[in-house]
Design a binder for this molecule. Structure first.
Ligand code: SF4
Length: 324
């Protein structure tokens, strides 16, 4: 059974002038020990998808369609109190800025012990032992001594490791990580992502990794879903999507990864920008930016169609599986 199953998720921003569709019919699954990357430019809907799954959509955004299941149990219809037994306990969250998750006024050890005791029936001594274990597991040197340190006494990379330890404290089944390394140095990014992946795999937890960075996806994920204007436009195993992308938008994103091989052909850059919610183009919403667009693209919206191990939403890719 999948740890997370999202079926036809729809999120609208309900305004006085009507509803603006921000997430439009998004479906995917993540298995135990698996890392699914959600990638796209700013405004594609990837962070909103994460927020909807963990019940942290800000008004006027709200789920207006579809279902979300955690280990087979429906969670999209939970109310405030019921969310408390799921978020933090069965779903851990890691955000870009570690300081949004850590209280600057308390030592990190106290925060870990409190989180563990809030969710698990263990003594203070046992919680403290587990907290030190979590800091060690996430690569904090001299973990026992660091328990007494305050968040400002850690570097950015070490602070994000503490946040990951905090997210893992209640032994969740799913971690939703939204741009967890964007604020870190490139060298630290890879270490933190590798650690997150290793720890979750060891524990059999699933990871949903939201990022704008195709390089991070290529290094980290088992599968990837590419989002554009609130929809998934391509999804599949990371090796297939990175090395042989079908959708012109994915091909454009790939051009943002630095090439190691000088002879490798550069893929086309994407001109233009993500459409606003109140100006989503007709047909394929990518058509104003797509160099491969044909007449039909302006008129009809392509659905995700499976071709080999991946699925993509492009009229050209759908024709006999041909690459655009
Ligand atoms: Fe481009 Fe048309 Fe494919 Fe959309 S459906 S990505 S506009 S070729």
């Amino acid at each position: 059974m999948s740890v997370l199953r999202v079926e036809h998720l729809v999120v609208d921003f309900v305004t006085r002038r009507g509803a603006l569709r921000a997430i439009d019919d998004v479906s995917f699954e993540i298995g135990a020990g698996e890392v699914l990357g959600i990638v796209g430019e700013s405004g594609a809907g990837k962070s909103l998808t994460g927020a909807a799954i963990i019940g942290l959509l800000e008004p006027p955004g709200r789920i207006t369609g579809g279902r979300v299941y955690l280990e087979g149990e429906r969670i999209d219809d939970l109310t405030g109190a019921a969310w408390c037994s799921v978020r933090g306990r069965r779903i851990g969250a890691v955000f870009q800025d570690p300081l949004t998750s850590l209280n600057p006024l308390f030592p990190v050890g106290d925060q870990l012990v409190e989180t563990i005791r809030c969710h698990l029936p263990v003594s203070v001594d046992e919680a403290r032992r587990r907290a030190i274990g979590l800091l060690e597991e996430t690569g904090i040197p001299a973990a026992a001594e660091r328990m007494a340190h305050y968040p400002h006494q850690f570097s950015g990379g070490m602070r994000q490791r503490v946040v990951i330890a905090l997210a893992l404290a209640a032994e969740p089944r799913l971690i939703v990580a939204d741009e967890p390394t964007t604020a870190l140095d490139v060298s630290v990014q890879a270490q933190v992502i590798r650690m997150l992946k290793r720890v979750c795999r060891d524990r059999g937890a699933a990871i949903m990794l939201v990022t704008h960075d195709m390089g991070v996806i290529a290094q980290t994920c088992d599968r990837v879903a590419v989002m554009y204007a609130g929809r998934i436009v391509e999804i599949g195993p990371v090796a297939a999507v990175v090395h042989d992308p079908v959708h012109p938008y994915t091909r454009g994103l790939m051009s943002s990864i630095p090439l190691m091989d000088e002879d490798q052909r550069r893929l086309e850059q994407i001109e233009g920008s993500m459409p606003r919610l109140d100006a989503i183009p007709s047909g394929c919403s990518f058509h104003p930016r797509c160099t491969k667009a044909i007449e039909r693209c302006r008129r009809d919206r392509p659905e995700l169609v499976k071709s080999g191990v991946t699925a993509s939403a492009c009229w050209l890719g759908a024709v006999g599986g041909a690459r655009p």
